[in-house]
Design a protein around this ligand. Sequence first.
Ligand code: NAG
Ligand code: NAG
Ligand code: NAG
Ligand code: NAG
Ligand code: NAG
Length: 505
Amino acid sequence: MGPGAVAWLLALLALAEAGRNFRLLRQRVLQQREVRAMKEALAGRWLPRPAPWRAPIEGTLRQPLDHFDRQEGRSFPQRFWVNEEHWHRPAGPVFLFVGGESALSPFAVLSGHHMELAQKYGALALALEHRFYGASINPDGLQDDSLRFLSSQQALADLAAFHLYITERYSLRENSTWVCFGGSYPGSLAAWLRLKFPHLVFAAVASSAPVRAQLDFTGYNQVVAASLSDPVVGGSALCHEAVAGAFAAVDQRLAAGRLDELEKDFRSCGPLAEAGDREELAGNLADIFMGAVQYNDEGFAGGTVAKLCRIMTDAGLGSPYQRLLAVNNGFLESMALPCLENSRQHALTELRSTNLSLSGVGERQWYFQTCTEFGYYQTCEDPTCPFSRLLTLADQLDFCSQLFGVAPQRVEGAVNFTNEYYGADHPRASRLLFVNGNIDPWHALSVLRNQSRSELAILINGTSHCANMNPSRPSDPLPLVRARQRIDDHVGQWLRWARTEPSAA
Ligand SMILES: *[C@@H]1O[C@H](CO)[C@@H](O)[C@H](O)[C@H]1NC(C)=O
Ligand SMILES: *[C@@H]1O[C@H](CO)[C@@H](O)[C@H](O)[C@H]1NC(C)=O
Ligand SMILES: *[C@@H]1O[C@H](CO)[C@@H](O)[C@H](O)[C@H]1NC(C)=O
Ligand SMILES: *[C@@H]1O[C@H](CO)[C@@H](O)[C@H](O)[C@H]1NC(C)=O
Ligand SMILES: *[C@@H]1O[C@H](CO)[C@@H](O)[C@H](O)[C@H]1NC(C)=O
């Protein structure tokens, strides 16, 4: 464990804890994943090793702020990690882990399924933090004028420049075989890197990658509803009904103006007095269920589908509305929160803050990318959605106007452009593998079926967001074990092709 990792761990423990429930959940899950990765990495270190262990190297690369305008002379520092431990130099392949909307850490090149593969195939392991997230940002990076340099296209150009830099620094051969890996938004980036720079990257594994941009992502809550009904993860039709009933009761109270009652019942930090506060409450309560579904496989204490459904179907607790109170109380307790923060002004103030946070998810940056590239708004206007009707597209788009001055029409145009530019869920690339779990709400925007002989898809029964990227564990369900085996088979096959048909691009 190098000093870098220790400093990083201290930063992690100091994570700011504020904002809407889903933001908190994401931070916690991230934290949990990293702690688990650290434990596994440390456990491995105590075993006797044939060779002295070489810690991952952390480095910084100066990148142009704008790859597409030579007149723009400014740059920013981009952080990366290199692990040479498994590398069969000089001919071994290069595995690149793509960073996304949160800070990366040394564990990106120490732990995870891609590192099991790196060990097996003798790969040089690399990870590049995404521009404007973590420490890969200038001090003024979160100001409006700087954010215009944040985009997936700039991020892909960063990855291409990183390829050149590493090739020189490690004296790699021109024909080295690069395979890239990413999960969630970085999964899309991994696929798009292969699509747009096929001469640099031989193949890509894109996990839980929402490659189709969508303004109104109603499909998200359709999958959440299906997962709350799915017995494979402990859901049931009864659970789904109870959740829908509880939120209908919340909506009735909101419509009837019974705000005092809601504030008290859900332990609101303040009165639901200002515009947007009622929507924040509705969103916070829905977030508990969305988070449980999206991160069901993370063993997160805040709730699994099975745990929430046990509470929501327990008639002993009273009406579905009263069971929802119990869910909320349990959530606040597990997150060690004194009350539920439902102030819209509070949320806006946080998202407007240009203070840098070197760890965790970059919420302001990510909101900016949804407004200018992807949409992905998880609405509840569809009749099949089990949550509050206050979760509207208009309300979420209002953030784009208020935070960045981006009008709804421009968000829609940006989403259209993204799909035309990258090909949405029909990217027409080759040597691409899309991996999804059917419990994960994001699979609705990914590639679920083979598109061609070299654009392949695996859909895992019963797993959630990016489950296949975690390190293998003895308790993994069989469909997950099989999926990892198939990923391994494809990677092995690509590497054999690269040797036998070196010119195949
Ligand atoms: C940003 O930093 C300033 C100065 O340290 C501090 O006063 C302010 O509360 C911070 N804002 C947020 C939203 O964290
Ligand atoms: C985006 O695409 C949709 C579907 O093709 C179209 O109806 C809409 O007018 C487009 N919007 C903008 C702003 O380009
Ligand atoms: C997709 O292609 C792979 C590799 O050719 C094959 O093993 C798999 O059965 C195909 N899946 C489907 C659903 O056809
Ligand atoms: C998923 O697995 C369960 C058994 O664990 C089975 O009942 C169900 O049909 C499977 N679903 C799909 C979509 O294959
Ligand atoms: C790369 O080229 C070298 C010769 O320069 C050759 O020995 C090696 O097999 C090639 N490797 C691959 C993966 O094609």
